[in-house]
Design a protein around this ligand. Structure first.
Ligand code: TNX
Length: 486
């Protein structure tokens, strides 16, 4: 199982056998998860697996009558006995997590082609499980190369199996602007037009309706979307569309190269803040999740004092619209960042400004570039990807501890971990998959499993089996040489 559960107690009794008579029982708020479980298992088994209020030979899903504090919002208990399977949780998110565990206990073929007469046995035992960190994220960069909603959905499908609960979408950068904003139509007609990907490849954008649909699709998988608009740097596409966002009012040329750090909003102009507030207000209105990410990285052409003043003004705008601001670690320079979530991306373990902000109350998401950046090459011979933060093989992605990585940032300040996937070199979804998997599974385990379950040899062996599912689902993953892929 990946991620490894908190507690597994195998039993010597007979397994539970899924048959043509098996029913899935649930009521109330457990029914949607029961429906998802049934829909996941029907194609391969060919069994009807009806969802009912009660019945024998059952997989029963139920919300606890009395809240179990140990489980929290996402934990669950899964008991497998010869007579039936009982899945319990405080909340539907916990039932969904338990469903991901249960599907991994079935033979991998169960989710592909129908294999009749096969024995769908689930080994008996009890699993008690809950996440180590509240925030377990992935990030996808839609700006450098646009990835259409269908691809984002495929990614969400895979992430949800790994108990990832946040997907951060990087929606704008120097090359392209990928989300429709009312009142600023040229952001997407110009900034999201054809040829706005790196080297002029691709282009495209999400309408607000597309975005809402992705939010809904993610929510069905208990994943929350975090939208990011990067500012004050990484804004060339916006300035091509609206030259008034530059200090001299002259439109820069569109950029399809991969340099960073050259663009900046004009922090002394009021139109800058009108623009920022329009974007923040509209994104807040279509984002049910708690976080709005304002970027803030690599603003090398914004003078430092202007940068701090800018952040002091825009970070509180996020709170004004009912959300918590998040941003890359550079925002720690602004006092307002103590109310924000700071995303750590350094390759060093010393970032005194982040440690100070954490000391003053900021929460931190760990994304050290030399461990979690899925766009770093596995080694110098693997296709695609960059290596400015080094190469990251599977053991490097797995063998570190988010709670203690950043010196001076106490474990209580660490909200969780996120694996960003920047897409300068990733033109299509197959390339995304190749970079993401299997390392995304390593980061997912760091985010979910207790430190006591952390074990490279065990992870490597479990991953070999998990990979069978990727093969059957046609996920284009990298066959890391450390793993015996079965
Ligand atoms: C750095 S890390 C960036 C991105 C690039 C990425 C490529 C960070 C917050 N900014 O602009 O896409 O490196 O790996």
């Amino acid at each position: 199982m990946i991620p490894a559960p908190a507690e597994v107690v195998p039993s010597r009794s007979e397994p539970f056998r899924l048959t043509g008579d098996t029913v899935i029982t649930a009521s109330g708020a457990a029914v949607p998860v029961a429906d998802q479980l049934a829909a996941a298992l029907r194609p391969a088994t060919g069994f009807p697996l009806p969802v009912r209020a009660s019945g024998g030979n059952a997989v029963n899903l139920r919300l606890n009558d009395v809240v179990d504090p140990w489980m929290g919002d996402e934990g669950y208990r899964l008991e497998i006995r010869p007579e039936g399977v009982a899945l319990r949780a405080n909340r539907p998110a916990g039932l969904f997590a338990g469903f991901q565990t249960l599907r991994q206990l079935l033979p991998p073929a169960i989710e592909a082609v129908t294999v009749r007469h096969a024995e769908w046995a689930v080994p008996a035992g009890v699993i008690r499980d809950r996440p180590r960190f509240a925030y377990r994220g992935a990030m996808l960069d839609l700006a450098r190369h646009f990835h259409p909603p269908a691809d984002v959905k495929r990614y969400l499908d895979e992430l949800s199996r790994l108990k990832i609960n946040y997907l951060h979408l990087h929606l704008a950068d120097d090359q392209g602007w990928r989300i429709e904003i009312d009142g600023w139509p040229r952001l997407t007609t110009v900034g999201g037009g054809p040829g706005t990907g790196v080297r002029g490849i691709g282009g495209g954008h999400l309408t607000q309706a597309d975005y809402r649909d992705l939010v809904r699709y993610a929510a069905q998988r208990h994943i929350t979307i975090v939208p990011e608009i990067d500012m004050p740097g990484h804004v060339n596409a916006a300035q091509v569309a609206y030259p008034e966002l530059t200090c001299d009012g002259v439109a820069p040329r569109p950029r399809i190269d991969i340099r960073v750090g050259y663009s900046s909003l004009c922090t002394g102009k009021e139109v800058t803040y009108r623009f920022a507030e329009d974007v923040i207000r509209q994104l807040a209105a279509i984002t049910p999740g708690p976080y709005l990410h304002l970027g803030g990285d690599e603003a090398m052409s914004t003078p430092h004092a202007d940068y701090v003043a800018f952040e002091q003004r825009v970070l509180p705008l996020v709170a004004k619209y009912g959300k918590t601001a998040s941003g890359w670690e550079e925002i720690a320079a602004a006092p307002a960042a103590t109310n924000a979530v700071i995303q750590y991306w350094a390759v060093t373990r010393d970032k005194p400004a982040v440690a100070a902000a954490a000391g003053a109350g900021a929460k931190v998401i760990m994304s050290p570039a030399n461990r979690t950046y899925l766009d770093m090459q596995y080694d110098l011979l693997t296709p695609g990807g960059l290596h400015w933060a080094g190469t990251i093989d599977l053991p490097a992605a797995y063998d570190w501890d988010p709670a203690t990585w950043a010196h001076g940032v106490p474990p209580e300040s660490v909200l969780g971990v996120e694996a960003p996937l920047w897409s300068e070199t990733l033109r299509d979804y197959r390339e995304v998959e190749f970079s993401a998997f299997p390392r995304m599974a390593a980061i997912a385990e760091l985010g979910w499993s207790p430190r006591s379950a952390h074990d490279w040899v065990s992870f490597r062996d479990r991953l070999g089996r998990y990979g069978q599912g990727w093969v059957r689902r046609d996920v284009h993953f990298y066959r890391s040489p450390e793993v015996r892929w079965s």
